[in-house]
Ligand binder design. Structure first.
Ligand SMILES: *[C@@H]1O[C@H](CO)[C@@H](O)[C@H](O)[C@H]1NC(C)=O
Ligand SMILES: *[C@@H]1O[C@H](CO)[C@@H](O)[C@H](O)[C@H]1NC(C)=O
Ligand SMILES: *[C@@H]1O[C@H](CO)[C@@H](O)[C@H](O)[C@H]1NC(C)=O
Length: 307
């Protein structure tokens, strides 16, 4: 967890790739047709094919997160399908769940939710229904061990406000709340509690991270998953190839990747594949490069002695 946050420290504000989604014509190229699908997706080429509500419905959400409202869960009544879809409507025009053919779209939703499910699970070895049935059990860190406040000029800690982990892909630290808040245009630096009070905002924050590169000239998790990105020679030498594994590299860096088949990495993969099965896609469609066991992180949290 800690190292993941250090990686996020490196996040730079990056404009969401609106130009890619807007369908604006480059000089000399024909303008691509854009489409409107009501509230869910408007004004983008990505709205022309199926949108998420066409292939991922409320019963599927209920299947994936079947234990989230069990009495022993820690966020009973908080997470629901409507919040997920409402949040997604901000990102579908940018290609979230709307890129490529139907299989690619369904795989992306399973991949994103695989991360979310793993990070919010309270399912352990002997949990009823199996350990993978307990995604969206939490919406915030239960016993913060520190105050997650660090001196930062851009995003200074606000007096009396706490920055412990909250959300669907938990956000920690003042500077990360500030950055993600800027990204989704919600004042999370002053109001981090929004991530445990409003599931739509919690999903928006997580989708923003999925859709946004950590640093300039780096791909987003979305890009490497849907095939928008080609590895350089350096990437290939670092075993960074397109696939689910690289999404873990981008989101968590060396806290999860480059350490062999560790439990924390396997747990994220297991959630992704469990959701593929439940959505009827099947884990056989997990794609290439599912793990990041041998990948060199894009953004190491410490400078390695050699490269
Ligand atoms: C729309 O669907 C077609 C056929 O499945 C696919 O080739 C195309 O890339 C999709 N459009 C977008 C914008 O992803
Ligand atoms: C949750 O946040 C969304 C998006 O900002 C907003 O539209 C909605 O009204 C909020 N819900 C509540 C109950 O405050
Ligand atoms: C490739 O990696 C080497 C060694 O890590 C680095 O010095 C070089 O700048 C990288 N090249 C590119 C194009 O990123």
């Amino acid at each position: 967890m800690r190292a993941m946050l250090l990686t996020m420290r490196l996040l730079l504000a990056v404009a969401v790739v609106a130009a890619m989604a807007g369908g604006w014509a480059e000089a000399g190229k024909p303008k691509l047709k854009t489409c409107d699908k009501g509230w869910e997706c408007r004004g983008s080429i990505y709205c022309c094919n199926e949108t998420i509500t066409d292939y991922f419905q409320v019963y599927q959400f209920e299947n994936l997160f079947s234990k989230r409202n069990a009495p022993v869960s820690h966020a009973v009544g908080f997470w629901d399908y409507q919040s997920f879809i409402t949040a997604a409507s901000l990102f579908e025009p940018l290609g979230f769940g709307t890129t490529g053919d139907k299989l690619t779209k369904m795989r992306e939703v399973a991949a994103f939710l695989g991360h979310v499910g793993s990070k919010t699970s309270c399912g352990y070895g002997v949990a009823t229904g199996g350990p993978l049935a307990w995604g969206l059990c939490y919406n915030h860190e239960m016993s913060p061990s520190q105050d997650y406040c660090e001196k930062d000029y851009l995003y200074p800690c606000i007096e009396g406000v706490e920055y412990y982990g909250r959300g669907a892909l938990p956000v920690y630290w003042n500077y990360n709340y500030g950055l993600v808040g800027d990204g989704i245009k919600v004042d999370l630096l002053n109001h981090p509690e929004f991530l445990e009070q409003n599931a739509t905002i919690a999903f928006q924050a997580a989708m923003w991270r999925w859709m946004t590169p950590m640093k300039k000239k780096q791909p987003s998790a979305h890009d490497v998953f849907v095939g928008n990105w080609k590895p350089t020679t350096n990437d290939t030498l670092s075993k960074r190839l397109p696939g689910f594994g690289l999404t873990m590299n981008i989101l968590y860096g060396d806290s999860i990747c480059g350490q062999g088949f560790i439990d924390s990495m396997n747990n994220i993969i297991s959630h992704y594949q469990y959701y593929l099965d439940l959505m009827g896609v099947g884990r056989g469609s997990s794609g290439d490069n599912v793990d990041c066991a041998e990948q060199v992180p894009f953004n190491p949290s410490y400078k390695a002695a050699t490269t």
